[in-house]
Design a protein around this ligand. Structure first.
Ligand code: ADP
Ligand code: ADP
Length: 224
């Protein structure tokens, strides 16, 4: 069955219909690309699926639970335990070293420092940035920083990784390397990936595409 399913999502910002009947579904371990032009509603869809934005109407079911019936506290607990996030940029804490950044979600969950940093380094090895452990985010390149961010997003073993334009700030070579390592690492952890992008080259790393236009989404598999 599906891990995350949304139907009939509507979300208005004043007169702007950001979502106007969007649908979505993803199976465990699947990589789904959410594509569409700028302003079509991709980020709003991702934020609704992740329980960050509440839609005006429609339903979102995660692992058989209706997000709408959960309290804010339950949704935020779900985000910490089951979801991981990667954004375009600006997500690493500049005062912490790279390994401290990756270990942070485990530390916040109460893990002792040594144990958290050992697990962090394992993830950094998979993303091929374990040699950057002692550097701070300001001392590494954009591509390296994104790989550190991917390691941090997976360190808690999430079941869904939400990635919003994860390569948007990178050149195409670094972008492809990040996508290769991100999808490899997610597959090895059996995490599903919701990948928001407007680039076909990035979407090529997915198993399936969902196209958003004017707040309406289409599952390309069902259309074809
Ligand atoms: P995309 O990610 O495809 O670029 P978005 O989901 O960011 O699209 O935005 C969809 C539409 O909703 C756009 O017209 C955008 O300007 C509008 N929008 C998104 N978030 C907000 C917000 N917080 N306040 C007002 N308008 C918003
Ligand atoms: P890279 O290609 O090194 O992985 P980006 O593609 O994000 O990183 O690089 C975008 C631009 O930012 C490039 O011109 C690069 O030289 C510059 N840049 C990369 N890392 C840093 C940094 N730590 N400080 C300042 N500029 C940087």
């Amino acid at each position: 069955g599906s891990l995350l399913v949304a139907e009939g999502l509507r979300k208005a910002y004043g007169p702007t219909m950001a979502l106007d009947g969007a649908e979505f579904s993803i199976h465990p371990g699947e990589v789904v690309a959410v594509m569409g032009p700028s302003g079509s509603g991709k980020s709003t869809l991702l934020h609704c699926l992740a329980g960050i934005v509440t839609p005006d109407s429609g339903s979102i079911m995660y692992d058989g639970q209706d997000l709408a019936t959960m309290s804010d506290a339950q949704r935020s607990r779900l985000r910490r335990s089951d979801f991981g996030f990667v954004f375009q940029f600006g997500q690493l804490v500049p005062e912490l070293t790279c390994v401290e950044n990756v270990a942070l979600p485990l530390r916040l969950n109460g893990a002792p420092r040594k144990q958290a940093e050992r697990t962090a380094l394992e993830w950094m090895q998979r993303l091929e940035v374990d040699d950057l452990g002692r550097k701070r985010p300001g001392e590494v390149s954009g591509g390296q920083g994104q790989r550190v961010a991917v390691a941090r997003s997976l360190v808690t073993d999430p079941r869904v990784l939400f990635a919003d334009e994860p390569t948007g700030a990178l050149d195409s070579l670094n972008g492809e390397r990040v996508m290769e390592l991100l999808t490899e690492a997610a597959r090895s952890a059996n995490a599903a990936v919701v990948l928001v992008t407007h680039e076909a080259r990035v979407a090529a790393y997915s198993d399936r595409e969902i196209v958003v236009r004017d707040g309406k989404s289409r599952d390309m598999e069902r259309v074809i």
